[in-house]
Write a protein that binds this ligand. Sequence first.
Ligand SMILES: Cc1ncc(COP(=O)(O)O)c(C=O)c1O
Length: 395
Amino acid sequence: MATLPIYLDNHATTPCDPVVFEAMRPYFLEHFGNAASTHSYGEAASAAVEESRAIIAGLLRIDPEEIIFTSGATESNNLAILGTARRLSSDSHFITTAIEHTSVLEPFRKLEKEGRHVTILPVRQRGDALAGCLDVERFRSALRPNTRFVSIMAANNEIGSIQPIEEIAQICRERGIWLHVDAAQALGKIPFDLRKWDVDLVSLSAHKVYGPKGIGALVVRRRNPPIRIEPLVYGGGHERGLRSGTLNVPGIVGFAKAVQLAYERMNEENERLCYLRNLMFELLQEALGPSIQLNGPALHLLEHRLAGNLNVQFTGIEAQTLLLHIPEVALSAGSACDAFDPQPSHVLLALGLSEAEARCSLRVGIGRFNTEDEIRRATELICRAVRELSSFYRQ
Ligand SMILES: Cc1ncc(COP(=O)(O)O)c(C=O)c1O
């Protein structure tokens, strides 16, 4: 059997943990009922959904009724932004940042086209140890009397920058502004507790934490005054009328198991990922010297960068060309959601990199199942390919 490439693209998706897979299995085969049916098959499915909802809610420290299951973070982001906008007056001002996922930026662009007031904030630039993080004072100065909605990601999917959500939430709360947080890359990786994060809406996805694809949630906090959103999908009125459609029972069971495992292992896993990530960068530096540069926050700032994330610029070598020379490693040049887009990464451009520099950058996402041997081998292969390409370009 051909050996599979070393998988280092854990921001795009993670493999389903076998423990998660086993937890889901009976809900495909035996307990396959529709959770809305009233017979025993339906009751078993519904019980599993409610148990899973309670597990996730317990870990996030919220009320189970605040969880609306969706197909993933893309849908949750759209529901949070467009669903809220439909309830807000047309002169409301919306804020987000330039490094958000496209499933946040595109709804914002749609709002702008509809004539809404939108601000897309820059982040700290290259050269700053906190490159890719939002400057809280800059955020404060962008607020207007009519600012009603803010959407900020907890952790970035390309450069791993972690945003100061607690501080931003406090500012939003003082002014009665609704805050949405895209936590797709943060769930199970940074220890967030929604009793501390004073936020209104949170998007989650299972497949970024070793759960199945096609399932996620939007957390809609029940606050005073309550946040009101309009559904985007109409039908049988599932999920408190906010997301109609037959519930993905095996997915929900797997989602809860994945979050449970991630919370149990978070500290130990982060320590290991951080070690592997730093090892890879040190090996790259040793082999390639000043021809590589780190994109994003400094690696030692553990609270400001995801442990398994690395993003490196290889001077003069296009990442797409480099990838063709290392088929033994599964890596990517940027977000998988933008993979069909020939444009350079909007996240790297937002850090102040030129288009050429952005095209010479590679994203590495190290995950639960990577070993030190894999990291050493992948680094060796990358270095060999970089040397070959450099000498080819010099000729
Ligand atoms: C930060 C962020 N938000 C949203 C998404 C979309 O998540 P999903 O694949 O669950 O729709 C992703 C996935 O790449 C992401 O990294």
